[in-house]
Ligand binder design. Structure first.
Ligand code: SAH
Ligand code: SF4
Ligand code: F3S
Length: 470
């Protein structure tokens, strides 16, 4: 069976569940734990749920079906899941709700074993490769009243044409590739998301054009390694249809840049090792591509980078940054950093601080190294004691925060283009939006501006946001 046929079968299950529901206006909740890819998957789950006749709610008391889309990139997600299951157990006992857990963590056998043993009241467990089959799984759980476990350990395929219900009507994500072949030694993603595979150019462009028609202004292209888009396909001579001249990430950016109505394009995450000249030129040439580039560093020390299997050195990273700064006017950078990777000495950690000092990132996402079962990092002998990891984390945090404060000054009294996203969460009299560099700007204005691009003068800075005025 091909993927198209599989999706058609699921649309039949969508109808069947809808019949069972029979206009009862049942409600569902969804908790998403992971990255933007997982959020995009959740939007697809929501799309299926709504087509099956369910309505979304945030009020736990009204829930008939509770969905959880899990992440396993770091340990804290596990505690969060078990905490949530404790809460849901009471609801299950009270009113017999259906509990379904999906996502990356479900691809780990030691986790599903634990769920089956300690949380036997969970109805459906599904993985990253069986998301599209959720209607069938739900149908079986409702109709046959049995426990469903639908997990595949495969390379993974791409399913087009799934329903989707997006969280925003201004900004949208498009998954352009799935899986990862890099096997950074700390990372679980390649094991739970399968091998790297790219979506067909035509499918991506059609999705982007549809979004533009619906009035979306910003598109974020998603993948674990976006700048190697179509590389595996080319290496393996897998046939793909060249559409609008797209045969690489750079040409994809150029094609999306031409779509009328779209005003901003972002992408996460690129890998420094695949940041080729053509991608840099495309970013520089394409007006709509935001000049904030996320460039995951992970560590600033060449030996640690080697142990991490990142395939670049400290010097190569810094050279890449210089080259990008030269070619891309108004470039800003954000990054991911892990502290306390096995074997990282205090001296080696200083290299990470050194790179942060030098590059002056706009934003740094900092993580304490977390052992992941099945990864090479977990088997390394020289794990760093928790206390030491926290000490290093605090030092990095201090440096980053002082840099952000300093960096905020450069915005004062400048005019910034801001895409208005909605009312401010803390003050409904204010609006909130983001700059090209993804800085939050809060300002006073009329609600008609939501979804529009406005020019604001920045009048004050407050660490995590800026205040603007017309
Ligand atoms: N593919 C992307 C994102 C991977 S996950 C990339 O390569 O950048 C997001 C971030 O989580 C990573 O960049 C890394 O900084 C962090 N991360 C991954 N595994 C981790 C682990 N075992 N412990 C701590 N942080 C981790
Ligand atoms: Fe994980 Fe590395 Fe792949 Fe990113 S590139 S998902 S960090 S293995
Ligand atoms: Fe987490 Fe899976 Fe994303 S492990 S970071 S949700 S790909």
């Amino acid at each position: 069976m091909n993927t198209e046929q599989e999706v058609t079968i699921q649309s039949k299950f969508i109808e069947k569940v809808k019949e069972i529901n029979n206009d009862k206006k049942l409600k569902y909740s969804i908790l998403t734990m992971g990255c933007q890819l997982n959020e995009n998957d959740s939007e697809k789950l929501c799309g299926m749920m709504e087509q099956m006749g369910y309505q979304k709610t945030d009020n736990q008391e009204e829930v008939d079906i509770a969905l959880i889309n899990t992440c396993c990139v770091r340990e804290n997600a596990e505690d969060k899941l078990y905490g949530k299951l404790g809460e849901l157990k009471k609801l299950k006992e009270k009113k017999g709700i259906i509990i379904a857990i999906g996502g990356c963590m479900m691809q780990e056998k030691h986790i599903t074993d634990k769920i089956k043993q300690s949380y036997p009241f969970v109805d459906i467990i599904f993985g990253t490769h069986t998301l599209h089959r959720f209607p069938e799984d739900l149908y079986n759980a409702l109709k046959e009243k049995k426990k469903i476990e639908d997990i595949l350990d495969i390379e993974g395929k791409i399913y087009e044409g799934l329903p989707i219900k997006r969280d925003s009507n201004i900004k949208a994500s498009i998954t352009i590739m799935n899986g990862c072949n890099n096997f950074c030694s700390y990372c679980i993603v390649p094991y739970v998301r399968g091998r790297e595979r790219s979506r067909e150019p035509r499918a991506i462009i059609e999705e982007a054009k549809k979004l533009a028609k619906q009035g979306y202004k910003e598109i974020t292209l998603l993948g674990q390694n976006v700048n190697s888009y179509l590389r595996v396909e080319k290496e393996k001579n897998i046939n793909f249809e060249e559409y609008e001249g797209i045969n690489s990430f750079a040409t994809l950016l150029r094609a999306i840049n031409k779509i009328e109505g779209i005003e901003r394009i972002r992408f996460v995450s690129p890998h420094p090792k695949d940041f080729t000249e053509d991608v840099i030129n495309a970013i520089a040439d394409c007006k709509k591509v935001c000049k904030l580039i996320h460039l995951p560093l992970q560590s600033g020390n060449t030996k640690v980078l080697k142990e991490m299997n990142r395939k670049y050195t400290k010097e190569q990273y810094l050279e890449l940054v210089e080259k990008m700064k030269e070619k891309i006017p108004n470039l800003t950078l954000s990054t991911d950093i892990i502290v306390g990777f096995p074997g990282e000495t205090g001296q080696e950690f200083e290299d990470t601080l050194d790179v942060v000092e030098k590059v002056k990132f706009e934003q740094v996402y900092m993580f304490i190294y977390s052992r992941r079962v099945g990864t090479p990092g977990d088997k390394m002998q020289n794990q760093i004691p928790e206390e030491e990891k926290h000490k290093r984390f605090d030092r990095l945090k201090q440096l980053v925060e002082s840099q952000i404060q300093e960096n905020n000054q450069k915005y004062l009294n400048t005019i910034q283009k801001v895409l208005v996203e909605g009312e401010s969460k803390n003050n409904s009299k204010m609006l909130t939006g983001r700059t090209d560099s993804n800085k939050v700007v809060v300002f006073e204005g009329s609600k008609e501006l939501i979804g529009r691009m406005v020019e604001l003068k920045i009048v004050s800075e407050h660490m995590w946001y800026l205040k603007g005025e017309f």
